[in-house]
Design a protein around this ligand. Structure first.
Ligand code: SF4
Length: 349
């Protein structure tokens, strides 16, 4: 079967002890049943330690929410004691993600990881394909719909990566194209398409984001503060626009094909566009605060955004629901917001 992935993922390496926001803290880590069973058989003091720190299929986090095997050098004691082969599935794979379709497997590395976020922002979005041994598809799907979605996603990716197409126009094209494609899918998604004013809609969108379930306690106050600073914040520069194109491409590649199962192409396209918009606004707020928003700042902001949204199932569900029900996420409102935000600095886009 073909394995398709963004080219940059082939260079992904976990930076382990150098990571400032290790994925081994801050959230519950599920251990797959096979690994739990394997850990039951490990002998000696390390086996005892393993069993003492696992409860109900999870590692028992410390009071400051660290994995009990993450040591003070930022390294994993299981990896050191037993080797990579004995890591549980999540620890061995994170931040990689995959989707399987008949004879095609797609995957990449998630924006939620520091090392991966830097790769995503620093490299042009190009796809790479290789032959890999066959793996079962995740579920049944319609072949014709698959071909249509592949074509639609390709045209979205081409448009957003094309430096000659202004980013605002590319994002509007993504929304229009998703809307049209959605009309050809049997599962109809009903949305509130009442248009609302740009300034009011931006504040409402930030308010909705500031009410999501936080992963990091500092995130929600940060989002609220940013909403208050937007009026004074400078526009993004040409480099930021390049990073934003790559971020939009990441979300499109990762999410559009999911609509093969639920028909919600407009929801996933909206997620890609809204995410690009919010991250842009956070870049602007960082510039307002510090006079600049460097490459490292941009990667950090995008990583934090990803952790708080796409890496929390509950938040993703809520966002997809808001996109259908709230008028400030209507297509015309979003297009007006995008044009107002990105067309301020016409020289750069
Ligand atoms: S977040 Fe990424 S770089 Fe950091 S420890 Fe996890 S996989 Fe490694």
């Amino acid at each position: 079967m073909i394995y398709r992935t963004p080219e940059y993922c082939r260079d992904f390496r976990c930076i382990a002890g150098d990571c400032r926001d290790s994925c081994c803290k801050g959230w519950e880590i599920d251990i797959d049943e096979t690994t739990v069973a394997k850990y039951e058989t490990i002998k000696g003091a390390f086996g005892e330690r393993l069993r003492d720190n696992i409860k109900d299929g999870h590692f028992v986090l410390t009071t400051d929410e660290r994995c009990p095997f993450l040591n003070n050098d930022g390294l994993c004691d299981i990896y050191t004691a037993l080797g990579e082969k004995d890591l549980c599935h999540i620890c061995a794979e994170h931040p990689r993600y995959y989707e399987w379709f008949d004879n095609v497997k797609e995957g990449g590395t998630g924006l939620c990881c520091e090392a991966s976020a830097q790769l995503i922002l620093s490299r042009p979005f190009l796809l790479y394909e290789e032959e890999v041994p066959f793996e079962e598809a995740a579920g049944e799907y319609d072949e014709e719909l698959f071909d249509m979605l592949i074509e639609v996603r390709e045209s979205m990716l081409e448009t957003v990566c094309d430096e000659n197409t202004p980013l605002a126009e590319a994002l509007c094209y993504i929304l229009d194209t998703a809307l049209k494609a959605g009309e050809c899918i049997d599962i109809q998604i009903l949305r509130n398409e009442t248009t609302t004013g740009v300034a009011e809609a931006i504040q409402e969108i930030f308010r909705k984001f500031s009410e999501l379930e936080p992963i990091d306690d500092k995130w929600l106050p940060y989002i609220r503060e940013c909403a208050d600073k937007l009026d004074e914040a400078p526009t993004v520069n040409a480099k930021h626009i390049t990073y934003l194109r790559r971020i939009a491409a990441y979300f499109l590649f990762r999410y559009i094909m999911k609509s093969i199962y639920d028909g919600n192409i407009i929801g996933y396209a909206t997620f890609a566009v809204v995410s690009t918009f919010i991250i842009c606004e956070l870049f602007r707020c960082q510039s307002a605060e510090n006079g600049t928003c460097s490459f490292e700042d941009c990667a950090e902001i995008a990583k934090n955004y990803s952790k708080e949204t796409e890496y929390c199932e509950e938040n993703m569900e809520k966002l997809l629901e808001y996109f259908e029900t709230e008028n400030y996420f209507s297509i015309n409102t979003l297009k007006a917001i995008i044009r107002a935000t990105f067309c301020k600095n016409v020289d750069d886009i």
